[in-house]
Design a protein around this ligand. Structure first.
Ligand code: MF3
Ligand code: CO
Length: 302
């Protein structure tokens, strides 16, 4: 297994700075999402938030990726490129973005993603953790489609927090896959349909680059995985789909969609493992609200 970068306490504070930039981009995007806005306009919102923070986009120019954020609408699982697409009420949309700060001649990266249903008010982590869920109809949106999109979004969000909490209490990186599978199975019973866990794209280590060892799988596999160690930072990012996990990539060589055309959701945070516990670097409150239902109190690095 390739070497996993272990960060010092000082380096974790720099990664927290990058994480807070990502939190700010997310806040700006959430405030701007509305029916009729184009995904290109939302990329401009993201670019402005990064510039305001004095940080640099790690997406723009990554293998020639042309924007600061991936915006993935409905059947797009990941890597949707901002453009002329106008968001409509009821769309399930994920926003994945990141930034780095430069300290002592090296880059320190943050990476996180969230999903929204356009037209629903965004639930804070406090609200989500205490069980608040969107309800009611949206104009022009089929109630059954809307119900399943809300279920898909909520179970993906819950699977992320369950996985982050499992890293606080678990011994190995495999805690993530076990937690995601448990949430998916439980919601399958509740909802009467079971989400698919995308396997082609996985989480990753993060630090002086955006993508580093180890892979962080969202599903169980045979074989032993790396032991969690203080100084590790992982980007945990479950991608769940309404139907089959098979995907296809558009001619733009980025946009990844479900082959069956059914919906997808994506949630991600970067999380540090420390001597004293975990810290969710890309959550403004270090993950306090999201982890509370699991009895986990995060370390605050601010
Ligand atoms: N941030 C994505 C991930 O979560 C990767 C995006 S690649 C980019 O790992 F080119 F779109 F930036
Ligand atoms: Co990532």
């Amino acid at each position: 297994m390739a070497r996993i970068e272990l960060k010092s306490a000082e380096e974790l504070r720099w990664m927290r700075e990058a994480g807070l930039v990502v939190a700010s981009i997310h806040e700006a995007l959430r405030a701007a999402v509305a029916p009729g806005i184009t995904t290109r306009e939302l990329d401009e919102v993201s670019a402005a938030a990064i510039a305001d923070s004095g940080a640099t986009s790690n997406f723009l120019g990554y293998y020639d990726y042309p924007a600061t954020v991936c915006i993935s609408v409905n059947d797009v699982i990941v890597h949707g490129i901002p453009g002329d697409t106008e968001l409509a009420a009821g769309d399930i949309v994920s926003f994945d973005c990141g930034a780095y700060v430069e300290r002592r001649g090296r880059q320190w990266h943050g990476d996180a993603a969230f999903s929204v249903i356009v037209g629903d008010s965004f639930l804070s982590d406090e609200e989500f953790a205490s069980g608040v869920r969107a309800s009611g109809s949206l104009p022009g949106v089929d109630d059954n489609v809307l119900r399943e999109r809300r279920q898909l979004d909520a179970l993906t969000r819950e699977s992320l927090w369950a996985a982050l909490a499992a890293l606080a209490t678990g011994k190995r990186i495999s805690a993530v896959g076990s937690a995601v599978e448990e949430v998916v199975a439980r919601h399958g019973e509740i909802n009467g349909w079971e989400a698919g866990i995308v396997e082609e794209f996985v989480g990753h280590g993060i630090g002086t680059s955006m993508h580093m060892p180890p892979d962080v799988l969202n599903y169980r596999v045979r074989g032993i995985q790396a032991r969690l160690k203080p100084g590790m930072v992982l980007a945990v990012e479950p991608m769940l789909v309404r139907g089959d996990i098979a995907s296809i990539t558009d001619d733009d060589e980025w946009t990844v969609r479900t082959a069956d055309g059914l919906d997808a959701a994506h949630w991600e945070h970067s999380i540090a493992i420390t001597e004293d516990g975990v810290s969710v670097l890309t959550a403004r409150d270090s993950g306090a609200a999201g982890l509370a239902p699991y009895g986990v109190t995060p370390v605050c690095l601010d």
